[in-house]
Write a protein that binds this ligand. Structure first.
Ligand code: BTN
Length: 241
């Protein structure tokens, strides 16, 4: 893994996109400060300068088909979870790729792939991991940091490098076998067992269900209490906290 440290940028995902020509595959760009950190669904991503990991991996996955792109999401989510485990923190993956410790979000992932024909030409995997931040001011519902969990302060660059090593390891595993991590991903799902409340985004309907499956495509399959089976793409359903 190569590392590029920038003092300040708008967003490391945007930085990688703008400098993609000059960045080798397998480069992790990390910033001490993002002025416009981006989250999923157009949200912003809060990180006090110098406190948290805000990083984006640039890589060109040779031979991963566009239809297998969820494998990248699984690899990145498992790499972030493994990094936390390296520091003694047990995390789970909230479908599709939020990282949770108990009922709080410790890391978010924003993957932006460019597709060329049937292949993924370039993938930008942006990771925001809350490390030393002690207070969150935005209206994000339930953030937490490593420091809030353990009381310890962590050397940021060391955490970046641990994450880089785990990303390298996990992305290697899906080379040539996009299904390689699917079992591990499903085993690490947050609320993977038991019934919980969900809300369909479009209809607003709330219902109780348990996770029946996550397909290789990334679709979430829920077995609802009314006996129906429901299948959702990312953003079509939300967990009620
Ligand atoms: C989410 O909403 O959960 C995804 C958050 C992703 C945040 C990271 S921080 C590094 C990279 N740069 C960005 O602008 N976003 C991602």
């Amino acid at each position: 893994m190569r590392y590029v440290r920038v003092e300040q940028t708008d967003s490391t995902n945007s930085f990688v996109r703008e400098h993609a020509e000059s960045l080798e595959s397998g480069t992790l760009v990390w910033a001490l400060e993002q002025t416009h950190g981006r989250g999923q669904r157009g949200n912003s991503w809060e990180a006090t300068p110098g406190m948290n990991v805000t990083a984006s991996l640039c890589f060109r996955p040779s031979g991963i088909h566009a239809r297998d792109q969820f494998a990248i999401s699984e690899a990145v989510a498992l790499a972030v979870s493994a990094t936390l485990r390296d520091y003694g923190i047990e995390a789970r993956v909230k479908w599709p790729n939020d990282i949770y410790v108990a009922d709080k979000k410790i890391a978010g992932i924003l993957i932006e792939n460019s597709i060329m024909g049937t292949d993924i030409e370039r993938s930008i995997a942006g990771i925001g991991l809350n490390v030393n931040q002690e207070e969150f001011l935005s209206d994000a519902p339930n953030p937490v940091s490593m420091r809030q969990i353990s009381g310890e302060e962590y050397p940021l660059e060391e955490v970046v490098r641990s994450l880089g090593a785990r990303l390298e390891e996990y992305l290697e595993k899906i080379k040539g076998d996009p299904e390689a991590l699917h079992g591990e991903y499903k085993n690490l799902l947050w609320r993977g067992a038991g019934s919980f409340q969900y809300r369909e985004r479009e209809s607003g309907e709330e219902f109780s269900a348990r996770i029946a499956d996550v397909e290789l495509s990334g679709h979430l399959v829920l077995a609802a209490a009314d006996g129906s089976t429901r299948r959702y793409a990312f953003k079509e359903v939300e967990f009620l906290l």
